[in-house]
Write a protein that binds this ligand. Structure first.
Ligand code: ZN
Length: 307
């Protein structure tokens, strides 16, 4: 274990890039595109006296699709060493820049980068690994214009989390009645006491007229899939339906169900694979026991999903 740490430390101070050159001079079209993409309308970045936005510093050094210039072997060796020790994943964690002088159209960019530090072994929420910090010195016509510090974490992904409990609904004064009736296997929709507009989810007042008077009607239980999304990443095993338990980390469908009464609710569609849920599919209410404390209204597909 200490062996790799000592080897990693030997890379501190070594070059990550030497005598790199910017692929273009600092130029107005790239500045304009950047400002449009960022929505930055600062007048300092346009006109005959324009300077480049300081935060573009790194853009002038990027290799683009045609590749980097001046990248050293040391940085690639360091990453390969970490890969070989099992730290195969990488995530960029942060970036710090210092600006020493403005960049102007026509400036020729050169840069050098050094592997500034390799951390001790750290354990993060993502997994265990090493932070690698590089510092790039960016020069304009040979004069130091700014520095760009960039940090990555090379890590071994942590073990997948055990399946947790499905998150509990938030029950408060406004919706407690709804959940009491779910426990009794009834799905109640609020109805305005003044204008009779139905509403879901439960709220203290009427969206249509503002009245706070209300009673309820019981849903017939029939409905259709109004819309849906299929959730792929990140996986949330707690949301996997019991009938799909064999693939607990797999995708699942989130349905927006339009009840026969006209209101819509977000729920699960059961009795059909996630990729067979379809808009317009008829569904019927049932109650799913998720665990000892939680039962949820869900909707069972009525035509097997082949329509
Ligand atoms: Zn109303």
């Amino acid at each position: 274990m200490n062996d790799i740490h000592d080897r990693l430390k030997t890379y501190e101070g070594r070059a990550a890039a030497t005598a790199g050159t910017g692929k273009d001079l600092v130029n107005e079209p790239m500045i304009r595109h950047w400002c449009e993409a960022m929505g930055d309308t600062n007048p300092a970045y346009a006109g005959p006296e324009a300077v480049a936005p300081p935060t573009m510093l790194q853009a002038w050094t990027m290799g683009g699709l045609s590749g980097h210039t001046g990248r050293s072997d040391a940085y690639d060796e360091l990453l390969a060493l970490l890969d070989g020790a099992g730290y195969t994943s990488v995530v960029a964690t942060d970036c710090e820049q210092e600006y020493l002088r403005p960049l102007r159209p026509g400036d020729a960019i050169t840069f050098d980068a050094v592997i500034e530090s390799v951390s001790e072994r750290k354990t993060t929420k993502l997994g265990t690994g090493y932070f690698v910090t590089t510092r790039m010195d960016v020069r304009a016509d040979g004069e130091l214009a700014g520095t760009h510090r960039f940090r990555i974490l090379k890590y071994t992904p942590g073990a997948p989390k055990p399946k947790g409990k499905r998150p509990r609904p938030v029950i408060n004064r406004d919706n407690a009645g709804f959940w009491e009736d779910v426990a009794a296997h009834r799905l109640l929709i609020q109805r305005c006491g003044d204008c009779a507009t139905l509403r879901f989810p439960w709220l203290p007042g009427c969206n249509a007229c503002g009245s706070r008077a209300w009673d309820t009607v019981e849903a017939s239980g029939s409905g259709t899939v109004f819309s849906y999304v299929v959730m792929h990443h990140p996986p949330f095993p707690a949301f996997t339906l019991p009938e799909h338990a064999a693939d607990a980390a797999g995708p699942y469908a989130v349905g927006l169900i339009e009840l026969a009464e006209g209101v819509r609710m977000v729920s699960n569609v059961v009795g059909v694979p996630y990729d067979k849920v379809r808009i317009g599919m008829p569904v019927r209410l049932e109650f799913l026991r998720v665990d000892a404390e939680l039962e949820l209204p869900v909707f069972r597909a009525q035509d097997g999903g082949e329509g």
